[in-house]
Design a protein around this ligand. Sequence first.
Ligand code: HXH
Length: 331
Amino acid sequence: MNEQLPSLMDTYRDHFSIGAAISTRTMDVYSDLILKQFDSLTAENEMKFAELQPEPSHYDFSKADTIMGFARENGKKVRGHTLVWHNQTTNWVFTNAEGELVTREELLERMQSHIETVVGRYKGQIYAWDVVNEAIEDHSETYLRPSKWLQIIGPDFIDKAFEYAHLADPDALLFYNDYNETNPTKRKKIIRLVRELQDRGVPIHGIGLQAHWNIYGPSLAEIEEALQDYASLGLPLHITELDLSVFRFEDRRTDVKEPSHAMLEAQAEAYDGIFQLFRAYRAHIDNVTFWGVADDYTWLDDFPVRGRKNWPFLFDEQHKPKESFFRVVDF
Ligand code: HXH
């Protein structure tokens, strides 16, 4: 029945590639949609530090390899996510046998060997890596987020991560990736960071804007201002983790069992405006990746409100296109 359905990746072929985050489970559940709609894939969790190196020097590439195999067999590009992050990184990374924090040199060595091993394994197969994820502090006047990486190595942990990744695969495009990226205060800090990296000659090739937004905001004006600001750095932009929650950030309700007509209309309107902007900035945006495929599974189920489902994508729980889909492909 969906045979006449337009394809996102074909519709946007001349604008940017269209991606989706998947897991070894969802790549099967969504295989029909993935094959037809998306030309770029990201492992939602399977390439994070804790998944790949759960214990010192004990790597488990089984799930990541399964995703790489699926991508290769089906001719999909792969974005790598993510090498250095304060979350989903096991505590052993930062401690020695006595349970004390390791030295700067020891942590740099662990960082380099992890990056070499992971980036090296997929050399030439992963076209872009999120090298450092979420290193900027959100609100306050603080610049960098307090983390073990920062505490032990110092602010140049970011430089080092990019340098190690570049050595491991000189052809991979290296990205700094963050959320709340349209917030003016955080935006300025992200831009400051990227500019400093550029000034120091650090091999950074792009900026990843996560775009975990909702149907109430950020406004198109805020998004456009952010795109303009980021584009001024002269680096390609990837929209790395797009989804549009149907709830305001402060909304804590758990009694909504299906999305209302009004929610779906507002979502279609929002997706329409957002993709108009993405098209207008096609000279700067090279990839738009959704952080999932269809509404039957999203990381936003139960997060940040336990017991609450969410419906953030272009395809519904039956994998059928929503009004949002038709608005995105109709221009
Ligand atoms: C992303 N973080 C990650 O990059 C991705 O790897 C993961 O799969 C999903 C989302 C977004 C994020 C950032 C901060 C955050 C939550 C999600 O912190 C909060 C904690 C509680 C409430 C709200 C935000």
